[in-house]
Design a protein around this ligand. Structure first.
Ligand code: SF4
Length: 84
């Protein structure tokens, strides 16, 4: 883990929150986790970390795995368009 990764984790709003909340098994828990992310000042770093490392599960940067996959597809589409 790089120093950069460690530094954003220090400012995470979820620091000290039960980690299991970010691996929800129902919609209410997912909403609670996303509410914490909504207050997080390192949300973008967290999301980029999850996207770059291909995190397959959990809530990262306020997005669930399905939403992250959709974002990645969207980014790939933009890159493909930009290269035309
Ligand atoms: S965005 Fe959410 S999961 Fe990521 S560090 Fe912040 S609170 Fe934690």
């Amino acid at each position: 883990m790089s120093m950069q990764v460690q530094s954003w984790r220090e400012d995470a709003a979820c620091k000290g929150v039960r980690p299991g909340l970010f691996y929800p098994d129902n919609e209410l828990e997912e909403r609670k986790a996303k509410a914490v992310c909504g207050l997080c000042k390192v949300k973008e770093c967290c999301l980029e970390f999850a996207l770059n490392s291909g995190e397959p599960e959990g809530i990262w940067g306020g997005l669930n795995s399905r939403q992250r996959r959709r974002l990645m597809r969207s980014r790939r589409g933009v890159q493909a368009y930009a290269s035309l």
